[in-house]
Write a protein of this length. Structure first.
Length: 285
């Protein structure tokens, strides 16, 4: 079981770069976590670099706008790596032009400046999944029947949000990852553009090295996140340490009031689950 800590200042001081999740650590889908933002700002003030890594199906400028709307201070981060940005970059590298979009209208800004055209499914060179069309009433299984035929013919699906669920102000809603899991089960090829896959971490490392002007050893990087499947597993697979935040998607399983239940935490990190180096309820300095 990861040791439970109340303050992260001493731990963070051991690193030069943070790869920090957004939803569940920096904000809860509606408003910023003030202590978490303050801790990131303190880390930066001490000479560290903060790369926010988000599985949001938006390009980084759009994510920055959302952070501002949720009162996340710019002083708490240096750069943003988003799964939406990685997805669009991948589509361009593959030479795709015509894509079929699956997702709500609020995600349409992913197409801004992308060079991609939205087309009907039978005209598409690939599917770009940013989310469920109606994430309050649908699940990934609702897409099994309409996607069976394109999966059979091997149409690529780019998953622009590998999360299965997301915490929106206390409500857990399904994400594009839930569609991608179904598509893989149907035999269709999926490109996962974000955590826990290496795409997110290689992009974040490149951003950190640009900002710091040179190589950054993995021993000097700490990942912070609330999801074992994406944040902790992805970080450990990439070879970096990870700090687990309990207030996010696992909160109903491991929190008793405002405290972590040690037995529940032990069960969550039972082998063969990759281990975090510490756990805390909310990020604070």
């Amino acid at each position: 079981m990861p040791p439970i800590i109340d303050a992260a200042g001493d731990l963070l001081a051991r690193y030069r770069v943070l790869f920090c999740d957004i939803w569940g650590v920096v904000h809860n889908g509606r408003t910023a976590y003030s202590e978490g933002c303050a801790a990131l700002a303190e880390f930066r003030a001490s000479g560290g670099t903060v790369i926010l890594i988000s599985n949001a199906p938006r390009i980084p400028p759009a994510v920055a706008g959302i952070l501002a709307e949720k009162n996340v201070p710019e002083a708490s981060w240096d750069a943003i790596v988003s799964s939406g940005g990685i997805a669009v970059e991948h589509a361009g590298m593959q030479g795709y032009r015509a894509v079929h979009h699956i997702g709500p209208h609020r995600d349409l800004d992913i197409f801004d400046g992308s060079g991609l055209d939205r087309v009907a499914l039978h005209e598409a060179e690939a599917i770009l999944a940013t989310g469920l069309v109606d994430d309050h009433n649908e699940t990934g299984e609702d897409y099994r029947e309409p996607l069976a035929e394109p999966a059979r013919r091997g149409l690529p699906l780019i998953c622009a949000n590998p999360d299965l669920v997301v915490d929106v102000g206390g409500t857990l809603l399904p994400c594009a990852g839930a569609i991608a899991v179904v598509y893989e089960d149907l035999g269709g090829p999926v490109y996962w553009a974000g955590k826990p896959h290496a795409t997110a971490y290689t992009s974040a490392l490149a951003a950190a090295e640009r900002l710091r002007g040179g190589p950054v050893p993995k021993s000097e990087i700490l990942a912070i996140g609330d999801a074992v499947r994406t944040d902790i597993t992805g970080a450990r697979a990439f070879g970096i340490d990870a700090l687990f935040i309990a207030q996010g998607i696992h909160r109903d399983d491991i929190l008793e009031g405002a405290e972590i239940d040690p037995a529940a935490l032990d069960a969550l990190f039972a082998a063969p689950t990759p281990q975090a180096i510490a756990a805390m309820t909310t990020l604070r300095w």
